[in-house]
Design a binder for this molecule. Structure first.
Ligand code: SF4
Length: 449
């Protein structure tokens, strides 16, 4: 790897770990996220979530100050938990540590045990702790660690194998979650999707404020995940360590399928074939038609796309699946970048070696590095979150917003990426970006193409 010529990160291409954990807790029915650490971190996470999802977000905090930082935060945690149990009446509390509490060595597992054994009245509400220091990972690390903690804490029951599919979708949009549910229902599968923030973070209009919004994965269903017939977990980056899916598989002897995010025809095919295998019959006609329409669109739009160059940045699994998708439509992903550290390994699981040779990979990167490389590679398009806006603006190159976060447009939470339908939407947007550039830069202009 190239030696870095600077000592500090400048606008990191990642977010903080407790952010990811909080998102998981927002996707469990009746759950309240709680940050064991400084108040400012909870405020930052709330602000960041609200500007993407455009929904109210409550996150409790043990609000460690100077004395707790020196003498430990046990008392703050206990007082905070009692307080939110009274105020919110949650069905579960998800507690994530942060940089501060981890640096001073807080033992969240031990504190939870003590809290629950000290007073039986408080032991009825499940508490799920997750260690989430940002210096050990990214928001994706915090997300996946939280899913793993949830299943390890709540899934106890072995028993007769049910016709239940457990699906762990990773960090995808609310619309992606809704689409996954639609597909699973069309297949007639009895499933548990964990987490599911499709309603809690993209709900309907309320007349009165609700402290904990409706929706989320029911806790009773999570408890039954040990009796699943199969586990599907999306995200090839998860293969690097024990994940919720691999733990479930090992602990309860359940067939496990680790798949990439289904973006593009190749990866959507892989996803639908897995569902066919689990269910035991072919995909419904509706999806065959979606696939056929997508293939037809690929042919129609090929002349506008072939040979174009894209810079793709963001979370490892998102970047890998987007790179796989653009490669199959003739666009070269000249630069793939992420704040995560094993991007090359994740890309290699999806991308043909001949295409890999054409890709520059920037793992553990920040937006200054991405911009510097992009200046040299001269892409035709940037693909990623709204955090790439300034480099795209400076280079006068269009930005196709996708993934997370989208702070400068409406509807990031309703953006569909997955399956044939999500790919169709991405494909149409990408082709139209190139058509628009051509149209806008034409000396005469034209309305027919
Ligand atoms: S201090 Fe750590 S946990 Fe808090 S906002 Fe910053 S990165 Fe996140």
């Amino acid at each position: 790897m190239e030696k870095k010529t600077f000592v500090s990160t400048r606008n990191a291409c990642k977010l903080c770990a407790p952010f990811g954990s909080t998102l998981v807790f927002k996707g469990i029915e009746g759950a309240l996220p709680f940050i064991h650490g400084s108040q400012g971190c909870a405020t930052y996470i709330r602000r960041y979530m609200i500007s993407h999802f455009r929904e109210p977000v409550d996150i409790a905090s043990s609000s460690l100050g100077e004395s707790a930082t020196i003498f430990g935060g046990r008392k703050n945690l206990s007082a905070g938990l009692k307080n939110v149990m009274k105020q919110y009446n949650p069905k579960m509390i998800g507690i994530a540590t942060n940089c501060l509490s981890e640096t001073i060595g807080e033992n969240i597992e031990q504190y939870i045990k003590e809290f629950q054994s000290n007073d039986k009245a408080y032991s009825k509400i499940p508490l799920v702790g997750v260690s989430a220091p940002s210096y050990k990972g990214t928001h994706q690390t915090g997300f996946h660690e939280a899913v793993r903690s949830v299943v390890k804490t709540l899934v106890k029951r072995k028993g007769e194998r049910k016709k239940l599919l457990s699906i762990l979708p990773g960090f995808v949009s609310c619309e992606d979650l809704r689409h996954l549910k639609e597909i699973l229902e069309d297949f007639g599968l009895d499933y548990t999707l964990l987490p599911d923030y499709s309603e809690t973070l993209d709900g309907v209009f309320w007349n009165e404020y609700r402290k904990i919004p409706e929706g989320g994965t029911p806790i009773r269903r999570i408890k039954e995940m040990g009796m699943s017939k199969a586990v599907i977990e999306l995200g090839k980056s998860l293969l690097k360590s024990e994940s919720a899916g691999s733990w479930l598989s090992k602990e309860f002897d359940i067939p496990y399928y680790n798949l990439p995010l289904p973006i593009g025809i190749q990866e959507s095919d892989r996803f639908f074939k897995t569902l066919e295998k689990v269910k035991g019959f072919p995909m419904p006609e509706k999806y065959k038609k979606e696939r056929g329409r997508l293939l037809d669109a690929y042919i129609d739009g090929h002349k506008y796309l072939f040979g174009k160059k894209a810079v793709i940045y963001g979370d490892e699994d998102f970047v890998a699946s987007m790179a796989s998708f653009v490669s199959e439509i003739g666009v070269i992903p000249v630069l793939c970048a992420s704040g995560e550290d094993r991007l090359k390994e994740t890309l290699k699981t999806l991308i043909d070696p001949k295409i890999m040779d054409q890709i520059e990979v920037l793992p553990s990167s920040d937006f200054m590095e991405i911009a510097e490389k992009a200046e040299v590679l001269k892409p035709d398009v940037f693909i990623g979150s709204s955090k790439g806006y300034f480099m795209a603006r400076k280079m006068k190159v269009p930005l196709m917003r996708a993934g997370f976060p989208i702070h400068d447009r409406m509807g990031g939470q309703r953006m569909l990426h997955l399956g044939y339908k999500g790919t169709q939407m991405l494909f149409d947007r990408l082709v139209n970006i190139f058509i628009e550039v051509k149209q806008e830069t034409s000396p005469v202009g034209y309305s027919y193409i």
